[in-house]
Ligand binder design. Structure first.
Ligand code: HEM
Length: 292
């Protein structure tokens, strides 16, 4: 259910990877984002690296902001409202859906920039993904995932993280939610598109694969999301101390359960505003690939 690594002064990290434990622990009032410098050395490195990386270069991305941040909550509510109409497929850029369905059929096309463009056009109909914006998204994601302090230091010194943030932010007109979506969240959707291409190649009778089944077989969540303890408290996964990091292995847990409360943290304070439109994207690309 949970694995803890604790060496006083050095590290205090709890990894949670089962759906039940994530559902039970996520609402704990002592666990939040914000990622202050607190706790042992490794914890301080991780929070510092994430605070530096998950930013537009000027403003923090929403996924490192605290639950009581009222601007974050208002932006999340407004975006959820906008991305959850009765027919979410109408929000999708037709030209990009068509190009992605060509990719799924094996007719070529670059899945990374195309998926980034599909996401970017939810925010701005003129969003243009390029080799440069896609390279920036990969660089930002790698920097967010790497726990090697030397590599991080090098990236900071040569300015590669900052340049990636500026490229993504310029394309997204400075909107932190759009930078998060086109720079970080997009990678989950690329994995889903690659999953659709594999399903298309391997299904014996692809016309019999419903859109619901295609979604269930390809939708994946982020590998991990991070919470930090604000103070001392007991929890289902053991005692929390100020600065304890708790990571949720969303992708692993989501593959054991179709529950959107895991993949999109649905129903919680941090739920993904795209929880309706993402399945609509997968459904639109799959049905065009198979039927048109
Ligand atoms: C397969 C695709 C996606 C998955 C599985 C996914 C999943 C998630 C999860 C689990 C969170 C919560 C993070 C946390 O608790 O710290 C989140 C947050 C968020 N997601 Fe997604 N996401 C996806 C795609 C998208 C897309 C396409 C958009 C925008 C169009 C988006 C916008 C956001 C935003 C703005 C937040 C931050 C919400 C907040 O806490 O204020 N996501 N997403």
């Amino acid at each position: 259910m949970a694995r803890r690594i604790r060496i006083p002064w050095l590290i205090d990290v709890v990894s949670v990877s089962t759906p039940d434990a994530i559902r039970a622990v996520a609402p704990h009032p002592t666990l939040d984002r914000g990622l202050r410098p607190a706790g042992p050395l490794f914890n301080r490195f991780v929070t510092g690296r994430l605070r530096f990386t998950l930013s537009t270069g000027r403003r923090p991305l929403p996924t490192i902001l605290r639950r009581d941040d009222t601007d974050r909550a208002a932006a999340q509510a407004a975006l959820t409202d906008r991305l959850t109409p009765a027919e979410p497929e109408r929000l999708l850029d037709e030209e990009t859906v068509a190009a992605l369905s060509g990719f799924v059929r094996g007719e070529g096309g670059e899945v990374g920039p195309l998926t980034q463009q599909l996401v970017g056009r939810l925010f701005d109909a003129d969003y243009q993904a390029t080799g440069e914006t896609w390279a920036a998204a990969k660089r930002l994601q790698r920097a967010a995932e790497s726990n090697n302090p030397l590599t991080h230091l090098l990236r900071v010194i040569i300015g590669s993280i900052y340049r990636a943030q500026r490229t993504l932010s310029d394309a997204a007109k400075g909107d932190p939610s759009a930078v998060h979506s086109t720079g970080i969240a997009v990678h989950n959707l690329v994995d889903a598109m690659e999953g659709l291409a594999k399903l298309y190649r391997e299904a014996d009778d692809r016309a019999s694969v419903s859109t619901a089944e295609a979604i269930a077989r390809t939708l994946v969540g982020p590998r991990t999301i991070v919470r930090q303890a604000d103070g001392h408290a007991d929890s289902l996964v053991g005692p929390l101390r100020p600065g304890t990091l708790v990571t949720f292995a969303i992708r692993e847990a989501g593959q054991r359960s179709l529950d959107p409360r895991i993949t999109f943290m649905r129903g919680g304070w941090s739920e993904c505003p795209a929880h309706r439109v993402v399945p609509a994207m997968i459904a639109a690309v799959w049905s065009q690939a198979v039927w048109q």
